[in-house]
Design a protein around this ligand. Structure first.
Ligand SMILES: [Zn+2]
Length: 164
């Protein structure tokens, strides 16, 4: 099915003599969504071009992957190279905008959760690193290491405090 509210798009383009060109191997085809009731400047520009559009700044496709090249053809869900999640998302964009928004929110939440998990993991590994550095005597420990206290106990106090 060809979706009039989405264009076929690719992640990257090639360059020849400094000019952007359509790549020989476009790879996976993503869906560049068009908000036909409220076109963004980029969407308007892409439509006006009526030709292959090379984006200076990559834009998010329906699945969230950033695309840099938008073809003049509508996104076709029957194309063998289409991205499966773009197919799902672009179909919802075309038929059920509410469901589309729900899924975008879910995707956003999953991303936030993933990032939080990554941050927690990074913190944990920093913690482990700190602990192993402390154990190796490369970082001051939270508690006095046994060596230091033994040394202190044995060192004579010049003011004779202990003898009182
Ligand atoms: Zn995609």
């Amino acid at each position: 099915m060809k979706l009039p509210s989405a264009r076929s798009a690719s992640c990257h383009f090639d360059s020849e003599h400094g000019e952007p060109v359509v790549p020989e191997e476009p790879g996976v085809i993503h869906a560049f969504l068009l908000d036909l009731d409220a076109l963004t400047r980029t969407q308007q520009w892409v439509l006006n071009r009526n030709d292959v559009a090379f984006l200076d700044k990559p834009e998010e496709s329906a699945c969230g992957t950033r695309v840099s090249l938008v073809y003049p053809m509508p996104f076709n869900t029957d194309d063998p190279d289409v991205c499966p999640s773009c197919t799902t998302m672009a179909t919802f964009w075309h038929t059920d905008r509410e469901e589309f928004q729900v899924r975008v929110r879910l995707r956003h939440n999953r991303r936030v959760a993933r990032e939080a998990e990554r941050a927690a993991k990074a913190e944990k590994s920093t913690d482990l690193l700190k602990r192993s550095l402390k154990a190796g005597g490369l970082l001051p420990g939270d508690d006095e290491s046994p060596d230091t206290s033994v040394h202190r106990a044995q060192s004579p106090r010049p003011d004779g405090f202990h003898q009182r």
